[in-house]
Design a protein around this ligand. Sequence first.
Ligand code: GLN
Length: 484
Amino acid sequence: MSLYKKSGAELSKMLRRKECSSVEICKSILQRIDFIENKTNAYITICNDILQQAEKVDNKLSAGEELHPLAGIPIALKDNISTKGIRTTCASKMLKDYIPPYDAYVTTKLKNAGVIITGKLNMDEFAMGSSTETSFFGKTSNPYNKDFVPGGSSGGCAAAVVSGEAIMSLGSDTGGSVRQPAAFCGAVGLKPTYGSVSRYGLIAFASSLDQIGPICRDVKDTAMLYSLICGHDKMDATSAFREYTDFGSHLYNNVHGLRIGVPCEYFGNEIDDEVKESVIQAINLFKKYGADIKSISLPNTKYAVNAYYIISSAEASSNLARYDGVRFGYRSEEYESLSDMYAKTRSKGFGREVKYRIMLGTFALCSGYYDEYYQKAINIRNAIRNEFIQCFTECDVIITPTYPSTAFRAYKHKNNVTKLYTNDFCTVPASLAGIPAISVPCGYSSEGLPIGMQIMGNHFSEELLLNTAYTYETLSGGLKNERI
Ligand code: GLN
């Protein structure tokens, strides 16, 4: 029996029925890592105490202790989520030897629940990118075809979960980095409402957009993991004061009367025909089961990418100023003066894309250009947010493709990053508005690569999004993952 193939929910039941132990699950994951990691390169760091962690949980279960449903389940984290005593690199030379002295809020939550932390997953450097090619630790491959990218920036998460190197994972999404890799690898990825998951200990890229979110193999696992990590945290000033339900145990399978908005701006010529067809087929399935489909328009969508890249780069330029060779991480070996040390440390410690964004952000924040770029981007952000809120008076959810294409070949966009930026137009609007969005697999391309459908909802409508996604998954039978 290959335990690594099972979902977290299935394994949780098996553990409680004593049909397997956490040590057995972890051994199966470790064997899988041994077998496939040299093809995927999903991990940056693999923990060396996985079996010890599992043994502790097994002992508690045998002693009859009441544990969290995810106790004993192997989960891996994107390498920008702080883990006390475990190297956390952001896939950058700058932090290649950085060992955090504290745990992120979500890490503490996982540890308290008795989850097994298997390791830290590859990503684009400082979460800037859509392909997991900019990592200092080499690129990650798509589990469906190693010549294709897994998406990004949480590409390691999607690849690890789909190839069986972890049962579940946590990534981070600033402008699509949970949803797009999930779509490229045939996984489910949820970007929660801004403020519902604490960012404490998440190494910042763009603080007003960053959110941690689960990437799992199915909707039920996604709901269970989200339930564990959401909640108020006094250590994050943007954390919302709210009570949350147990999302994993309330999933229902019904879209009767659900008002689904289909915005024309997300179905134009930029979207590959195969992607469009799959998403439309999924919408038709909802219609068949009683959903009310409405054509809508979100005209500010066309400004979203520009606003996103100005705002995220501006915030990154400020957040990444702390890497100066003094307080954190790498310092250049040779330098002549203090300012020379700063310059050499930052030139050598950061990769090309990160430096590019720092320059873009610094420029956008220059006093002479502030009104022309940053302020304008903030105005657009408000307009996009208001447009969504208005739209949710008429619709319950909005359905779009997650990305205009399926996974692309590695290095395809190497010399044209702006093309890669424009392709983010389906995912960045939800990030700018702070609303939740989930990507669910909805078919394959003729090349055999997965296609993702995005479901967006109003602030704090995760329950509705998860139920809509769950209904689709149940009706369509889910994707049968054929992994490399
Ligand atoms: N592709 C987007 C970017 O490069 C999204 C990144 C993210 O969500 N972390 O900024």
